[in-house]
Design a protein around this ligand. Structure first.
Ligand code: HEM
Length: 371
């Protein structure tokens, strides 16, 4: 016999088709809400913590919210129309998990509308997230000063840099592909990336900024400022339990720049110090410092390529289509100037570390915003 939870998971496969029917006007938002409310109500009969059901219920609620907002209702209308959904989702949520779909569960789970733009976004997030983890695993031993003098230190830093260059390439690929998919991504799909207040806690909409590897990079590299720390801390609540444990472990460990400072005997807090280090250090230290600088320059360039994605997808070719997630804001509600501010911090770090390169190398790409 098919259980209630399985019926919900079967039904969720119809979500893209039904969402598209609402978008094209062949299904009304009230019929959509009534149908899904009935399916969710059935699911309240067999409640036990299950991540896949949390994702399914969250995506249904985000869809209802999108459709009601589109019809002019107020923020949070979905939770008023389906009043038992909040208790249901809280009961279904495994301990330590967020009570909604988030980037990591969404990219592995069902689709909102399907189609090239959604699949490309999911594939890109999966691929880039995986590269971020590779980078962090490669450099992890370098938070111990002794590891910098090991022969493999050079390979670790260079592999990390090559993976970061791959990330940059993937963002630029997104810029190229998006010409055909801009409307689909910006005006249709993003409307489903809804923020919700659940159990009194505000959660942002599905957002690749909640990718744990991305959140950890600047901290592990040692280029994060206080503003960055206060920005990422509230993002932690959007991480799945195991991702939060993974992130916290990395955030609590030492940083590469801090450890390099220990290797040379003084903190490398600005360009002048970096230059002195380069002039007086032993050749092997200079070589490793140059490898590290190249990694940070590649990070800055990848971040610039992501900013080019934002410009190309959200800012170029303004839409005349009504949308409920304004292109001028991230799905976390932050203006693009905020994301650009993160890039500027990375560019400043890249500029200051560039002096660690040999003179012949100083012309390498630093992550200007072209792209
Ligand atoms: C169509 C493609 C994309 C668009 C339009 C886009 C747009 C945005 C926007 C608007 C923000 C700011 C979010 C906020 O502050 O609330 C953001 C942040 C972010 N996005 Fe994307 N993004 C796209 C693809 C990706 C992909 C594929 C990844 C890969 C993991 C990614 C990773 C990030 C990260 C890490 C941040 C945090 C900001 C930073 O560290 O620089 N994005 N994105």
């Amino acid at each position: 016999m098919t259980t209630r939870p399985e019926l919900l998971l079967q039904a969720i496969r119809r979500l893209p088709q039904e969402n598209r029917s609402v978008i094209d006007g062949t299904l009304s938002s009230s019929d959509f809400t009534a149908r899904w409310s009935e399916i969710l109500e059935g699911s309240t009969l067999e409640v036990r913590p299950r991540r896949d059901l949390v994702v399914a219920v969250g995506m249904v609620m985000s869809s209802i919210e999108r459709h009601l907002l589109f019809d002019g209702e107020l923020e949070g209308a979905s939770w008023m129309r389906v009043p038992f959904a909040e208790a249901l989702i809280l009961d279904l949520t495994p301990s330590g998990d967020p009570p909604r779909e988030v980037i990591a569960s969404y990219v592995r789970g069902p689709d909102f509308i399907g189609g090239a733009a959604e699949w490309r976004f999911k594939a890109q997030v999966t691929e880039i997230s995986s590269r971020y983890r590779d980078i962090l695993e490669a450099v992890a031993p370098l938070t111990e000063p002794a590891a910098w003098s090991q022969p493999e230190a050079a390979d670790r830093l260079r592999s990390a840099r090559i993976w970061m260059e791959t990330v940059r390439f993937m963002f630029l690929e997104q810029v190229r592909a998006i010409e055909a998919e801009r409307h689909e991504f910006r005006d249709l799909l993003r409307g489903f990336f809804r923020g919700h207040r659940i159990g009194g806690v505000p959660y942002e909409g599905v957002n690749a900024a909640h990718e744990p590897g991305a959140m950890a990079l600047d901290l592990v590299f040692g280029i994060a400022d206080d503003h960055y720390r206060s920005y990422v801390d509230p993002l932690r609540r959007h991480l799945l339990a195991e991702d939060r444990a993974w992130f916290d472990q990395r955030a609590a460990g030492g940083s590469l720049l801090g450890t390099l400072g220990e290797v040379v005997g003084r903190p490398i807090q600005n360009e002048a110090v970096a230059l002195r280090v380069f002039q007086i250090a032993q050749p092997w230290i200079r070589d490793r410092a140059a490898d590290f600088a190249r990694l940070i320059i590649a990070h800055s360039a990848a971040s610039a390529a992501h900013m080019a994605v934002i410009r190309s997808v959200l800012q170029k070719d303004p839409s005349t289509t009504k949308t409920v997630t304004p292109p001028s804001l991230g799905t976390g509600g932050r203006p693009h100037e905020h994301t650009r501010g993160l890039l500027l911090t990375r560019q400043a770090a890249a500029k200051h570390l560039k002096v660690l390169l040999g003179p012949e190398d100083r012309g390498i790409r630093e992550g200007g915003e072209a792209g």
